[in-house]
Write a protein that binds this ligand. Structure first.
Ligand SMILES: Cc1cc2nc3c(=O)[nH]c(=O)nc-3n(C[C@H](O)[C@H](O)[C@H](O)COP(=O)(O)OP(=O)(O)OC[C@H]3O[C@@H](n4cnc5c(N)ncnc54)[C@H](O)[C@@H]3O)c2cc1C
Length: 532
């Protein structure tokens, strides 16, 4: 019996409105975050460096994302800025390889990218999570057009070389069968009263309802061939029109023991990780478009082909020595009031840097992960034409680990480029030890086990192994908890007139957002010091 006109329970929207009106926006925002309705980002919006730096000069080392964010903001705030960059281009790891580009790795191998016009591969960053608000805001402000990046494609494959005779299965089938079997089992033990100790009788009703929904169970709580399971895993003959319209339900549910032993379940959590949850983005035309956009803003400040070899500081200035990697000649120097160094620690630890022992120990404390990416051009987009895979990723236990299809240019006639391998750990070391042509050959050989079309459709390829990239000597900084506890704070201090920024100086290593946020944090502290 109802004794009051008050709603039995307040809706979440009503509750938030109430909190907001009583306590103000900031509290409401925190309440929303607590309820999982918004994810707080460390990014606070465009920084405002207020106060006059009175002509202070800053020398930035490295024209990657961290370096160019700093240059852009510091110049806007009135600083005199210059950048020294090893490469003949801006962007650093933010990099897209297109037809006509060439790249020389450590050891001397030069690869010429032979992709057709408009086709590309991102050897480094390729996706931007929706909560990387710092990077996304720069994309917005600098006019970098974005398009969806597909992390999970239910129609792509999951593949084990040791299961189902090496035949790939569709992501969709594996996911729905795995959930279906688990749901059916849990429903059975619930009905057998085996969960009584853990779940009240009332909640067991709710549990059964949710299992039916989550696992696509039929009215008898079974995961069995029929409408419910076919709606998830696909039909033997899908519903159509006219006389051949009647669907035939799928009968090929993968038995649970086979599914477990195949280990294919390991792939289906792919999109659940915080960093991989939809929505993700990619810049239209390649990740390098972000570097290009920054270059439009700060390109006039960059000295290219300048390899920094030494950083010295005195009470009132910093002097940086560099050599011109193209013209050669005697080492040159440049001085400034302050130096913001974004050179990866893998390189910086090998340079003569005049900082205190704590920062030096921090610089030396972070090893870099190995990674290889292989881009393959094919004569046609057979994955779309033959298999209806539009973007997304196929996961495999083969050393290539993934095949990622282009999330753009769907249905285009002519050639297409996919990511034919993205390895970390031992697989990456193995590929790094091979000459580039051999990396490409092996990626094609492995990929052909999943897509036999590789054998006839392969055109050309390019492979970047990050430990052989002369200006990073690795993919990203790998912090252990112990190294963080011991060194992270020391790495991020202002040491005299030198401070560091870059993905390595963040808690988001391996993401451009880490580079953006570390840069903003560093220049905010620098500005405070300068204007104090
Ligand atoms: C394989 C791979 C995949 C990745 N995937 C993603 C992803 O999907 N999404 C994402 O957001 N991030 C991803 N990242 C991480 C992202 O690329 C980095 O976090 C970010 O680009 C780092 O920016 P940075 O400015 O700190 O460093 P960098 O981009 O490395 O910039 C440092 C600059 O210093 C220069 N330099 C080096 N040595 C010297 C020297 N001696 N003298 C002068 N200049 C020098 C370099 O040439 C470079 O331009 C990936 C990285 C890799 C390698």
């Amino acid at each position: 019996m109802k004794h009051s006109d008050a709603p039995a329970s307040m809706s979440r929207r009503e509750l938030l409105t109430l909190i907001g009106s009583v306590a103000g926006g900031a509290v409401s925002y925190r309440a929303m975050a607590g309820m999982g309705l918004t994810t707080p980002s460390n990014y606070q919006g465009p920084i405002k460096l207020e106060g006059n730096p009175k002509g202070a000069t800053v020398l930035i080392l490295g024209a990657g994302i961290a370096g160019m964010v700093a240059a852009y903001e510091l110049r806007n705030a009135g600083y005199k800025v210059q950048i020294l960059e090893y490469n003949n281009r801006a962007g650093g790891r933010n990099w897209t390889l297109r037809g006509g580009d060439s790249y020389t790795e450590l050891g001397g191998f030069t690869q010429k990218c032979e992709f057709d016009k408009g086709l590309y591969i991102n050897p480094g960053p390729w996706r931007i999570p929706h909560h990387h608000q710092g990077l996304l805001d720069y994309c917005r402000r600098l006019g970098v057009a974005l398009e969806p990046y597909v992390q999970v494609n239910y129609n792509a494959m999951v593949h084990s070389s040791r299961a189902f005779g090496g035949q790939p299965r569709r992501f969709r089938e594996v996911q729905s069968d795995y959930q279906g079997h688990i749901a059916e089992m849990l429903a059975k033990v619930t009905q057998q009263n085996k969960l009584d100790e853990h779940v009240t009788k009332e909640d067991q009703e709710m549990l059964l309802e949710s299992l039916k929904d989550w696992g696509a169970l039929d009215k008898n709580y079974a995961y069995a061939p029929g409408r419910e399971s076919s709606d998830r895993r696909g039909f033997e003959r899908p519903p159509a029109g006219g006389l051949s319209a009647v669907p035939i339900h799928s009968k090929n549910i993968i038995p649970f023991d086979q599914l477990l032993q195949s280990r294919l379940w390991a792939a289906i959590g792919a999109g659940q990780n915080y960093e991989m949850q939809t929505m993700l983005f990619q810049p239209v035309g390649g990740m390098g478009r972000i570097g290009d956009a920054f270059k439009r803003e700060v390109g006039d400040l960059i000295h290219y082909n300048a390899k920094v070899t030494q950083i010295k500081q005195e009470t009132k200035k910093v002097t940086v020595t560099y050599v011109d990697t193209v013209k050669g000649g005697a080492p040159q120097t440049m001085t400034a009031d302050w130096c913001l160094c974004t050179i990866p620690l893998s390189i910086l630890s090998q340079i003569d840097v005049d900082v205190g022992p704590k920062m030096q120990a921090a610089i030396n404390a972070v090893p870099y992960a190995a990674s290889t990416k292989v881009g393959l051009q094919f004569k046609r987009r057979f994955w779309e034409q033959d298999e209806h895979i539009y973007g997304g990723i196929t996961y495999t236990d083969l050393p290539i680990r993934v095949i990622a299809y282009p999330n753009t240019g769907y249905h285009e006639a002519g050639k297409g480029v996919l990511l034919g391998g993205y390895m970390f750990g031992p697989n990456a070391f193995e590929f790094t030890s091979l000459p580039p042509a051999e990396r490409v050959r092996k990626a094609v050989e492995y990929g052909a086990q999943i897509h036999p079309q590789y054998k006839t459709e392969f055109d050309n390829g390019i492979a970047v192994s990050w430990h052989r990239v002369p200006w990073t000597l690795g993919c990203l900084g790998v912090w252990t908890d112990q190294a963080r506890a011991e060194h992270y704070e020391n790495l991020c201090q202002i040491d005299g007139r030198v401070l560091l920024a870059g993905e390595h100086a963040s808690y988001i290593p391996g993401w451009q957002e880490g580079a953006v946020l570390s840069s903003i944090d560093a220049i905010t502290r620098l500005h405070k010091r300068v204007t104090a």
